[in-house]
Write a protein that binds this ligand. Structure first.
Ligand code: UFG
Length: 338
């Protein structure tokens, strides 16, 4: 029988959260989005009710959990810029770690049963192997990764002490946009490679740099496992089914299991866009591991998750289409109206 109780989605107006909210709507779920709109957009919430507020606001969260009889929380709300986490660590520990603690306390008090957490491959730091499974040692090299790992630990400990069960999804490099063109990454001053390259291809920036060409990889540039946001969003819905079906708490990598170099990504953006990009070669960026790819066997096995868009050209095509559309929509320009 279809579950009709509402789910709470923190950060549901953000890049990944908004794609999940759209899919939850398609699946007929009742959704309450909690987002402070600091980096999210009202326009990105295509389904459900939007409540503007902070995840760490316990009075607000308690009220929402009770009012809507929430049994399940999907927790996306977080700051995600790695260099910023280095220069302003307390911002990350407050917003990512302390807010998660507050949210979990409210969940425990209200008897929330299922929790899906947005974690990150940044918990692995610079791993010994480049093909990483979930049992690899966690050793983050920046406050962002640490802030997320501490949240994983709180979840683990709370689950051991209560009836709450959780899925922590460790995202690798999320990219692309809604294949239907309604959603995508809209945050200004983006730093992620595919977004930056698509901005360059659509004339929003003059060019871009390759950070490091002397890595021990076939073409000297870093390799990452790029996962389409639509596939990642679907993993959340399957995680929800898994928990509602009685599944045990688990940590799962989200990636395709193979990677592309920075040069391969830029070649693809140039080919798909038909534009030649102004690319300069720069020094290595601090804290970049040479190669990171997900061993994704566990998520495929446990959730039955199968990627639909394991195709770099498709990822880039949707990201480019979104970038063109965003230029017209101008969500950031309308932000003062929120
Ligand atoms: N890169 C460039 N030029 C740019 C931007 C990026 O050469 O203008 C390179 C980076 O040096 C890196 C690769 O492209 O080698 C990917 O960089 P991103 O910034 O797109 O992504 P990261 O791999 O650094 O980090 C992302 C998320 C993190 C997450 C991590 C996990 O930002 O939150 O993936 O793999 F933890």
């Amino acid at each position: 029988m279809k579950n009709t109780s509402a789910v709470l989605v923190t950060g549901g107006a953000g890049y990944i959260g908004s794609h999940v909210v759209k899919q939850l709507g398609r699946a007929g779920r009742r959704v309450v989005v909690l987002d402070n709109l600091s980096t999210g957009f009202r326009q990105a919430v295509r389904h459900g009710e939007l409540v503007v507020g902070n995840t760490g606001d316990m009075a607000l969260v308690e009220d929402l959990l009770h009012k809507h009889g929430i049994q399940t929380v999907l927790h996306f709300a977080a700051h995600i810029v790695v260099p910023e986490s280095v220069s302003d660590p307390l911002k990350y520990y407050r917003n990512n770690t302390c807010s998660t603690r507050n949210l979990l306390e409210c969940c425990a008090a209200a008897g929330v049963r299922h929790f899906i957490f947005s974690s990150t491959a940044a918990v692995y730091g610079i791993p010994e192997n480049t093909f990483i499974d979930e049992d690899a040692p966690t050793s983050p090299i920046n406050p962002y990764g640490l802030s997320k790992l501490m949240s994983e630990w709180m979840l683990r400990d709370l689950a051991a002490a209560s009836d709450l069960r959780y899925v922590a999804l460790r995202y690798f490099n999320v990219a692309g946009a809604d294949p239907e063109g309604e959603l995508g990454q809209a945050t200004p001053e983006a730093t992620h490679l595919i977004k930056v390259a698509c901005e360059a291809a659509t004339g929003k920036r003059s060019g871009l740099a390759i950070f490091g060409t002397d890595y021990p990889t076939p073409d000297g540039t870093c390799i990452r496992d790029y996962i389409h946001v639509d596939d990642l969003a679907r993993a959340h819905l399957q995680a929800l089914d898994y928990l509602e079906g009685g599944g045990a708490s688990i940590v799962l990598n989200c990636g395709y299991g193979h990677g592309y170099s920075v040069r391969e990504v830029l070649d693809t953006v140039q080919r798909v866009s038909g534009r030649s990009l102004a690319i300069r070669e720069a020094d290595r960026r601090a804290g970049d591991p040479p190669a990171l790819t997900a061993d994704s066997r566990r998520i495929r096995h446990v959730l039955g998750w199968q990627p639909r868009h394991d195709d770099l050209a498709f990822i880039v095509r949707t990201a480019l289409e979104w970038e063109r559309r965003l230029a017209v929509l101008d969500w950031a320009g309308q932000r003062h109206g929120v």
